[in-house]
Design a protein around this ligand. Structure first.
Ligand SMILES: Cc1cc2nc3c(=O)[nH]c(=O)nc-3n(C[C@H](O)[C@H](O)[C@H](O)COP(=O)(O)O)c2cc1C
Length: 497
């Protein structure tokens, strides 16, 4: 993707709208980073520094459970749960999962049942409370704004997480990894405590016949029925056509865009042209993937540029191109407040200092089918031999896809689950090749590795933007860490915002 045009909003009204948005919003968005890399302490630190801190809502139900089982160090989970509008449910969760002394060595975490299309009452409860807790803590004791990030494609828990986050007064919802066309309308309904639904794409079924994922806030008693504030919605997109679709054909209003290029960490949009790979097997992007920023600007919404924009010069460039600012992930992923384990952060920093960290855009790794960035860090699943030694197991299931079985029922399968199981569900064996269990890998990266019944512990996988070397600018002699405030001071060097 290239961001190489000088931008002048086309109509005065569009220009005015953008200018007023620039007065309203900060220039730096700390990108949402799952699982629990942009956890509440990071988002809070960024918001306290006057920029937009964003918590990750991905798998937040399981994250809450694991924190409770690890003894809820600092008591933050219980403090936030006690402030939730559902004290009875919160109490049930605490009595079922909180372990005052944490787990015994090698004791597996208790897990939630996997989400389905049927009744998900307990999963919904945890997702709703998880969204509430994360945002409530990120917003505690300051007046700064906080966003929540979710992946569109991992649709089953999203409505419950959003409703919980809205009960904690979340300011912005940011969603990519799919086309979040139905989210703006769902936010409108959830703000009025109305039932909301999303279509569940099912492999082998025409879109028009897709079943609905439903969530009814009114089935959870306790919360006040006073309308909630409807958060702003910023879709994360990678093309003008998607911006246009979201501006004109979404079920409700959007308030801005994050335009993310293929150098960004996490999942990336696939190339728009035919599938081509370089010698390292990475997808090749070309001019078809350049975003027409003039056209996006003419839609009249503020936008932020993401993917390799983690430098003061890049912020200047983005602003010169008409952007409200930048969304940055990688610099924040390795800062002191991020949720990545200290060991992994230190190892990444040491490697960057000594040489460079290779980041590969892996077209196979993610069961979603989107390219996924994997950083080559020792002891992590970037090492294929380590991954091959892992016994395939699917026990978190967030990345499963819905499929239609021969009996005409909707089931769920994941290309990273045991091959036999995937094939027995109508999946193709070749689609399992190179797939990685990101659920377990990313949980381990955030310090919540599962001890499997086979006696093994899950290994981490680290995702990072291509420009991981940018963290060098933040490293001072003799120190292997830096703070979120350091990142913001660096990015805004010489600027007042
Ligand atoms: C560790 C990590 C995890 C990420 N996870 C997510 C995610 O869960 N959802 C998402 O929309 N983007 C995710 N991203 C992308 C960031 O939100 C952000 O857009 C991107 O990192 C910006 O590019 P940069 O990495 O070059 O700064 C992730 C990025 C990193 C580095």
């Amino acid at each position: 993707m290239r961001f190489d045009r000088n931008l002048t909003p086309h109509s005065p009204s569009a220009k005015e709208r953008v200018e007023s948005a620039l007065r309203e919003w900060p220039s730096i968005i700390q990108g949402g980073m799952g699982i629990a890399i942009s956890h509440w302490p990071l988002a809070r630190a960024v918001s306290l520094a006057g920029q937009l801190g964003v918590v990750s809502g991905t798998s937040i139900d399981s994250v809450l459970l694991r924190r409770l089982q690890d003894g809820d160090v600092g008591g933050h989970m219980r403090r936030a749960l006690a402030a939730s509008p559902w004290p009875d449910l919160a109490e049930q969760v605490i009595s079922r999962y909180f372990r005052p002394d944490g787990r015994m060595p090698n004791q597996p975490y208790l897990r939630l049942p996997l989400w389905t299309l049927g009744s998900n009452r307990w999963q919904e409860t945890l997702a709703m409370l998880g969204g509430f807790v994360e945002v409530w803590l990120a917003k505690s004791s300051h007046a700064g704004r906080v966003g929540i990030n979710l992946l569109t494609k991992l649709a089953l828990p999203n409505l419950a997480v959003l409703y919980g986050a809205m009960q904690a007064n979340v300011d912005v919802v940011l969603m990519g990894a799919g086309i979040p066309r139905e989210i703006p309308g769902a936010l409108d309904r959830l703000a009025d405590h109305e039932p909301a639904s999303l279509r569940c794409e099912v492999a082998g079924m025409p879109s028009a016949e897709s079943p609905l994922i439903r969530f009814d806030p009114r089935s959870y008693e306790g919360a006040s029925q006073v309308p909630l504030r409807r958060p702003a919605f910023f879709p994360i997109i990678s093309s003008y056509s998607l911006a246009l679709l979201m501006a004109k054909k979404a079920t409700g209003k959007v308030q801005g865009f994050v335009i993310e290029g293929p150098t960004a960490g996490g999942h990336n949009a696939p190339p728009r042209g035919p599938k081509r790979y370089d010698s390292a097997g990475q997808p090749v992007y070309d001019e078809r993937d350049a975003v027409d920023l003039d056209a996006v600007a003419a839609l009249g919404y503020p936008f932020w540029l993401a993917g390799g924009f983690g430098s003061p010069d890049a912020l200047e460039t983005a602003r010169a191109q008409g952007a409200a600012g930048i969304q940055v992930g990688t610099l924040f992923a390795y800062c002191a407040e991020s949720g990545m384990t200290m060991d992994l952060k230190k190892q990444a920093v040491a490697t960057v200092r000594a040489s460079s960290v290779a980041v590969r855009s892996d077209p196979q790794a993610s069961p979603t089918g989107y390219p996924f960035k994997v950083a080559d860090i020792e002891g992590t699943l970037s090492n294929q031999a380590l991954y091959d030694a892992r016994e395939r197991v699917c026990d978190l299931g967030y990345l499963r896809e819905a499929y239609l079985n021969p009996a005409g029922e909707v089931g769920f399968r994941c290309a990273a689950e045991p091959v036999n199981a995937f094939v027995s569900k109508g999946g193709r064996a070749e689609d399992t090749e190179g797939r990685k269990c990101l659920c377990n890998g990313l949980m381990a990266t955030a310090g919540f590795p599962q001890y499997q019944s086979s006696g093994t512990v899950e290994s981490p996988i680290v995702t990072s933007g291509d420009a991981i070397g940018q963290i060098r600018a933040l490293l001072t002699p003799g120190s292997d860490t830096y703070s979120a405030q350091d990142v913001i001071d660096y990015l805004t060097r010489g600027r007042s915002t």
